[in-house]
Design a protein around this ligand. Structure first.
Ligand code: GDP
Ligand code: IMO
Ligand code: MG
Length: 426
């Protein structure tokens, strides 16, 4: 059977920390969508690392880490990432496997991403500029280069064809700010470097592992409100970030998926453009940003901050069939006199608890319920019995509103700062 952990908001919920925390229970951890737009932070033994494409189970030597077919891989960036991880582990990565069907991000995909954002001007998506959308566009357009092709005779020919098309589009945008020869040199060096790693038909690896009774964890990237179908389109990423993404992104049937754990922050953040109903463009938002260190793990951009949005959270829970919740970063709220939670949206004077299909074109006014805050520093708490009652009331309200139990409460970035709630095993 396969379990999934995924983000329920606009990304950066703490997926990396939780996937790493849960890995000892699993034999295989797999990424199934996204690519180096992700930045997943891990912290343990006084060390910190940010992973972009490598699954967060990589620091557990007995666990196989799979980069699934649904992922877009930039050879240049993953080469750097492998070096970082190997240095931290102190040994070479033997437990990493690439799907032969994972899509390659070419240097010209990155240039196209920048050119397209440049052309949008004020309307820009705020993309991470990692070439994600152009790479997925080639996949859907049936022209993509796959990781398995780096060993084939036609690799260069296929690369050149794609590059030629990309350069036409880049010319159309009038974008000139790049040095193709330098980009290509590092790209081909990285492709050579990757040849020593394991490449497999990972759909067989994953399904055969399940058949043998091994336990598999799918690690989502981005967040449900950035999903290509259900997010705040067009301010989304180009993959299915909801639990359904694991079926096409790893090659597993829906009937094989058991637990879906949804991760959310005790407040909300968003990086990049697009609607954000509970955004706090004021000193409270700034306080959350500073205290929660809300700056992009990949791009360093300041994250927009706001109150917890239960309307969006419940929508994300529904879309992914979440049966366990994991709450992150409530320690950041410590010390506030009052805390707000959005329970409804007001649209044209009408109260609703549904996310409108056209969030971008709808004026949404959040309706809040106010909670008493807690003064205690909860980052030192080790069990639920140590948590203040006002915080427990906050948790209970969220559980009742969503109808799903919060099984893990994270109170700090470190692996150790993780509390099991309801004494539940995940
Ligand atoms: P991901 O993309 O979902 O893996 O999340 P990121 O790593 O981009 O962002 C989460 C940030 O919050 C990182 O800096 C983590 O180290 C940090 N973090 C994770 N859990 C907690 C928590 O419970 N409390 C605090 N204060 N920080 C946390
Ligand atoms: P993790 O996995 C937060 C956002 C970008 C932009 C939009 C599209 O760390 O949670 P893209 O580069 O995908 O074309 O950008 O999506 N975005 C993320 N925001 N966390 C992420 O990943 C993100 N990946 C993409 O900021 O608004
Ligand atoms: Mg992140």
């Amino acid at each position: 059977m396969i379990d999934v952990v995924l983000g329920l908001q606009w990304g950066d919920e703490g997926k990396g920390k939780i996937a790493d925390f849960l890995t000892p229970k699993y034999d295989l951890v797999a990424r199934f969508q996204g690519g180096p737009n992700a930045g997943h932070s891990l912290a343990f033994n006084d060390q910190k690392v940010v992973l972009n494409t490598i699954p967060s189970g990589i620091f557990h030597n007995n666990c196989i880490n799979v980069i699934g077919n649904g992922v877009v891989v930039d050879p240049v960036r993953i080469k750097e990432e492998i070096a970082r991880v190997e240095e931290m582990r102190g040994n070479p990565l033997k437990n990493l496997v690439f799907s032969k069907k994972a899509t390659i991000i070419l240097p010209t995909h990155r240039v196209l991403d920048a050119a397209s954002e440049f052309a949008r001007g004020a309307e820009k998506i705020g993309s991470t500029l990692r070439g994600i959308t152009p790479a997925y566009r080639d996949k859907i357009g049936r022209t993509a280069l796959f990781m398995g092709e780096i060993f084939s005779d036609h690799f260069i020919k296929h690369y050149e064809q794609l590059k030629k098309t990309h350069l036409k589009y880049i010319g159309y945008y009038g974008y000139k700010d790049f040095d193709l020869a330098a980009l290509e040199k590092e790209f081909f060096d990285a492709v050579e470097f990757l040849k020593k790693f394991k490449f497999d038909d990972t759909e067989y690896l994953v399904n055969e592992s399940c058949a043998k009774g091994l336990k598999v964890l799918g690690e989502g990237a981005q967040g449900s409100m950035l999903d290509i179908d259900f997010g705040s389109y067009p301010y989304v990423t180009s993959s299915n970030t909801i639990s359904g993404g694991i079926c096409s992104g790893l090659g597993v049937a829906p009937s094989k998926v058991k637990n879906v754990s949804g991760i959310f922050k005790a407040y909300c953040t968003r990086v990049g453009s697009g609607p954000f109903p509970t955004e706090l463009d004021n000193e409270i938002g700034e306080l959350l940003r500073q205290k929660g260190f809300e700056f992009g793990a990949t791009t360093g951009r300041p994250r927009r901050c706001g109150w917890l949005d239960l309307v969006a959270l419940k929508y994300a829970i529904m879309l992914s069939g979440v049966n366990k919740l994991i709450m992150m970063k409530a320690d950041v709220l410590s010390g506030m006199d009052t805390i707000n939670v959005c329970t409804h949206y007001k649209i044209d004077g009408e109260k609703t608890d549904r996310v409108p299909s056209n969030l971008c074109d709808t004026k949404v006014e959040p309706v809040y319920t106010e909670f008493k805050g807690w003064k205690e520093d909860i980052s030192v708490c080790k069990s639920t019995s140590e948590l203040p009652q006002t915080f427990k009331d906050y948790i209970k309200f969220i559980e009742e509103y969503t109808g799903v139990e919060i099984c893990i409460i994270s109170v700090g970035p470190d692996r150790e700062q993780t509390i099991l709630n309801h004494q539940k095993e995940l």
